[in-house]
Design a protein around this ligand. Structure first.
Ligand code: GLP
Length: 271
């Protein structure tokens, strides 16, 4: 596991975007797993910049998003209203700015009339695409990936989940409040890829910033593997893992000096 610590949010975002861009350049038809939340916004902006200024080409890229609230969504073919779906978030922050094909974008459908069937279908689509080459992940304050709240099995698959009060509060503050949507109107359920689904990605890229994430990042990376901190399953992943943190999010890591040392050594030896 490579743990990379950067000075601030901007540098964290640039580093993460560079990793994604490298995958896109070496495998133009790669499959990317994408995440929402405030954390990846800077990464997406940097990817958009690379597309515009450096010609980073997404025309053959396929994407699968981690999750979506149940009960919201957009139709990309039609003008949309200002909803708070993750589909809208992805469209606004990334998809509308790059040359990705609409048919290559996959986001769980929050408006599905048959959520359980839809979850199965979503898993099949990932398999059909050949699996995920690189999965981008943030981390919720209760340690979740996607919407895998504490208590989710570490082998879980794409399914419907109920959101915790903390997640509802966090996402209300970060998004819904700004859109003048009341806390009670927020969706209380979501569709999320499971931890088992995420662990099948060939490579994992987790990002986190800010002092508010310091405790949970330490639990995730250095604490016991537990379904109470579902992202701690990162310790079980067998492929490539890169964790990019700003220095505040890294501030409670016990082995921080070692992680910095490893990065310096790898740089020196060109590894
Ligand atoms: C939501 C998303 C997660 C995300 C988390 C953290 O719960 N479902 O995928 O990692 O928020 O969000 P933020 O980056 O805003 O802290």
């Amino acid at each position: 596991m490579d743990i990379i610590i950067r000075e601030n949010y901007e540098q964290m975002s640039k580093y993460a975007a560079q990793i994604i861009a490298n995958v896109v350049r070496t495998k133009p038809n790669c499959v990317l797993g994408l995440a929402t939340g405030s954390t990846p916004i800077g990464t997406y902006r940097e990817l958009v910049r690379m597309h515009r200024e450096e010609g980073l080409d997404f025309s053959e890229v396929t994407t699968f998003n981690l999750d979506e609230y149940l009960g919201v969504g957009i139709d990309l073919d039609k003008p949309y209203h200002l909803d708070q779906s993750y589909a809208r978030f992805m469209y606004e922050e990334l998809f509308k700015h790059i040359n990705i094909k609409k048919e290559n974008i996959h986001i769980p459908d929050g408006l599905t009339t048959n959520p359980n069937e839809h979850c199965k279908w979503y898993e099949e689509q990932i398999k059909k695409a050949g699996g995920i080459d690189l999965q981008l992940l943030g981390i919720g304050r209760d340690g979740h990936w996607g919407f895998n709240e504490p208590g989710s099995s570490l082998g879980s698959r794409t399914r419907v989940v109920a959101l915790t009060e903390q997640t509802l509060n966090d996402n209300y503050e970060a998004f819904y409040k700004k859109a003048n949507i009341s806390r009670s109107e927020m969706p209380h359920f979501a569709i999320t890829m499971g931890i088992g689904t995420i662990l099948e990605a060939r490579n994992i890229l987790m990002i986190a910033n800010g002092a508010g994430k310091a405790d949970v990042v330490a639990k995730c990376l250095e604490g016991p593997v537990t379904s109470q901190i579902t992202s701690s399953a990162i310790q079980l992943h067998s492929g490539g893992i890169t964790v990019v943190l700003d220095k505040e999010a890294a501030s409670k890591l016990k082995n921080i000096d070692y992680y910095r040392h490893v990065e310096t050594l790898k740089h020196q030896y060109g590894l």
